[in-house]
Write a protein that binds this ligand. Sequence first.
Ligand code: 13P
Ligand code: SF4
Length: 301
Amino acid sequence: MSIEEQIKTLKKERQAIILAHNYTMADVQDIADFVGDSLELSRKAAECHAPVIVFCGVRFMAETAKILSPESIVLHPNPHAGCPMADMATASAIQEYKKTHAGTTVVAYVNTMAETKTAVDICCTSGNAEKVIESIPPEKDILFLPDRNLGANLSAKLGRKMDLWAGFCPTHNKIMPEHILHAKALHPQAVVMVHPECLPAVVQLADKALSTGGMLRFARESDAREFIVGTECGILHRMRKENPGKVFHPLEPAVVCPNMKKITLEDVLFALQDLEPRIELDDATISAAKGSIDKMLEIVP
Ligand code: 13P
Ligand code: SF4
């Protein structure tokens, strides 16, 4: 039996569902039941009620699945797949900030660890951040964390002043305006899509700044035939599969999130065999972190 067939058989036996982020390896995306962005994956985890969820993505995403589906066994096939940006804001640092900023609403990008989410007021993803910010009364001060680029891009778009944490995504932060200008010179007809984790100077050069799910939707619905894709290159697999008549150009050099590439088909098979490694969170963390995620899901159904 091929590894894919073994996974399929075991998945049935375990009554498991495999969720994968748009940046994971192509073969992992291909065996998943559902591939999506952070928001879509959170929603899927909340509604799936599967006894076992195999989460192929970085740790904070698997933690979010556990928080939203605490009765499920949530397997994270490679425990070394973390998100460096998620480690840039800790609960204790936020508590420290709050001591001198009473009354400030703390908005956390979902790219944060579970413990960090216990110290914030509301979460958002790149797919719903604008609506989340708009839901906060204009007279309220806002701290946005951990991504200073996403925060600055939102601030500019919505005309809303916010305090910004000093975090960033090491993968998207490396994309420079010159990379976009070079791609535009090579493909002058192409529409430029970038992720809002990119530097504001990069977002300003793009036609669209969208979540990964938003980019996939836009690529499907747009009349354009050619696109420059300013985000992690794993998304190209799904883009090309879903749009055989359209052309997608990656940036040069390739944009890679090494952590998203850590989960292999073998890891998925072993996780299903052993029912390990699991995401374990204590009840207090789950219920405190769930509050900020639920608030986000309520605002943007
Ligand atoms: P999306 O929510 O847009 O999929 O982004 C997740 C992420 O980690 C981007 O770097
Ligand atoms: Fe984290 Fe950046 Fe990788 Fe997304 S691309 S998981 S933000 S390191």
